[in-house]
Design a binder for this molecule. Structure first.
Ligand code: PMP
Length: 426
């Protein structure tokens, strides 16, 4: 910890809060963030050389675990040919073809550099295509930090109690309607009032920024119906769930056909990448074929494409998702059984290889208010004790956890053994 403490002090001189993304600062759980030196498989190693089993996995991208050999070697090969051209490459064509194959609703795909860019661009396209200004999102869902979407957002925005940030003109935010996740009546109500003005619904098909809350039965299908009824587009923000909840994303897992999909994280294999795509007749409204402007100097970057292609190729190995789901289930159910044994009130959720632990009496957490009413002090004590045991969880109670293909049964068991010791002390 010594070196992390020194680095954190140094970092705070020239970096706001010492970090380049707020949740990393450990403000929610208190203490000093670990500064990471390297990562391999299920592990990360901090600046002092201590090893941790990592359930953050770079907040989701590393579905195969850290430093996967196929991705590493693809990147090294690409680097030898040059870092950026600002001109089309074959790798971008392969990427679009591969994404369309794996996620068939994405007939056309545009690459960008982050999840934020993907959702921001998809929203602009939905507005441009429908000629409507309003959008509808859900309280506690996070879709990146574009102005229109940083209204009642989740993740760091929840942790910091900044549901909507200063710097966003009220004139922008007024077009963003926010209703309750997993509550179709609240969506119907909004549409009955201003449905003809709503360009799109944007939703995390499994909410991963208010801990982990899967959709209740019929929720996503209900959103599809309401969009069809009012001529609005359905945007699935699969930045977190894409290639994670299932090979074809949450839309494959739950059988939902969106108009547009946003991707990030896994699609870059750890490089800064995002993408949005969907029905061809909608995507053709994007420049240069259409009038809705969207661009990026580094979009489709050759090194990022190499990492992404290697990642999307490797995740197609047979049985991978069954194994990920089964390990995640063992882990989450294991936490719950231990909590019960030690008399600690806990509820768990999981979907594919995403999971969430809630320190609460509520049997099944399905709504935002239940998620934010959990015992945060108890989570924070659990968090630091697990860290001392060598298990690195997301440093805030509003974040989902991620299991990778490198988390084998022995790693899962070691995690549960640590949790057994920790839960006994809570
Ligand atoms: N959408 C969702 C569902 C996310 O979880 C995130 C980031 N965690 C984003 C969008 C934004 O992605 P990025 O941080 O790459 O901009």
């Amino acid at each position: 910890m010594q070196k992390s403490i020194q680095l954190f002090e140094r970092a705070q001189v020239h970096i706001p809060g010492g970090v380049n993304s707020p949740v990393r600062a450990f403000k929610a759980v208190g203490g000093t963030p670990l500064f990471i030196e390297r990562a391999d498989g299920p592990y990360i190693f901090d600046a002092d050389g201590k090893r941790y089993i990592d359930y953050v996995q770079s907040w989701g991208p590393m579905v195969l675990g850290h430093n996967h050999p196929a991705i590493r070697s693809a990147v090294l090969k690409a680097v030898e040919k040059g870092l950026s051209f600002g001109a089309p490459t074959e790798a971008e064509v392969e990427m679009a073809e591969l994404v369309s194959t794996l996620v068939p609703s994405m007939e056309m795909v545009r690459m960008v550099n982050s999840g934020t860019e993907a959702t921001m661009s998809a929203i602009r396209l939905a507005r441009g295509y429908t000629g409507r200004d309003k959008i509808l999102k859900f309280e506690g869902c996070y879709h990146g930090h574009a102005d229109a979407l940083l209204v009642k957002a989740g993740s760091g925005a929840l942790t910091f109690g900044v549901p909507s940030s200063p710097g966003i003109p009220a004139d922008f935010a007024q077009h963003t309607l926010t209703v309750e996740y997993n509550n179709l009546d609240s969506v119907r109500q909004a549409f009955s009032e201003v449905g003809e003005q709503i360009a799109c619904i944007i939703v995390e098909p499994v909410a991963g920024n208010m801990n982990c809350i899967p959709p209740v039965e019929g929720f996503l299908a209900g959103l599809r119906d309401i969009c069809d009824q009012y001529g609005a587009l359905l945007i699935l923000d699969e930045v977190m769930t894409g290639f994670r909840v299932a090979l074809g994303g949450a839309q494959a897992h739950y059988g939902i056909q969106p108009d547009l999909t946003c991707l990030g994280k896994v699609i870059g294999g750890g490089m800064p990448v995002g993408a949005f795509g969907g029905k061809a007749d909608i995507m053709r409204h994007i420049a240069p074929t259409g009038p809705v402007y969207q661009a990026g100097t580094l979009s489709g970057n050759p090194v990022a494409m190499a990492a992404g292609l290697a990642s999307l190729t490797a995740i197609q190995q047979p049985g991978l998702y069954e194994q990920l789901t089964q390990r995640t289930q063992t882990l989450a159910e294991g936490f719950k059984a231990l909590a019960d044994r030690h008399g600690v009130p806990m509820s768990i959720n999981y979907a594919g290889s995403m999971f969430g632990l809630f320190f609460t009496d509520v049997e099944r957490v399905t709504h935002y208010q239940q998620a934010i009413n959990c015992n945060i002090q108890q989570f924070n004590r659990f968090y630091h004790a697990m860290l001392a045991e060598g298990v690195y969880l997301a440093p805030a109670s509003y974040e989902a956890g991620f299991v990778s293909a490198a988390h084998d049964s022995a790693i899962v068991q070691q995690t549960l053994d640590a949790a057994d010791r920790v839960l006994a002390t809570l």
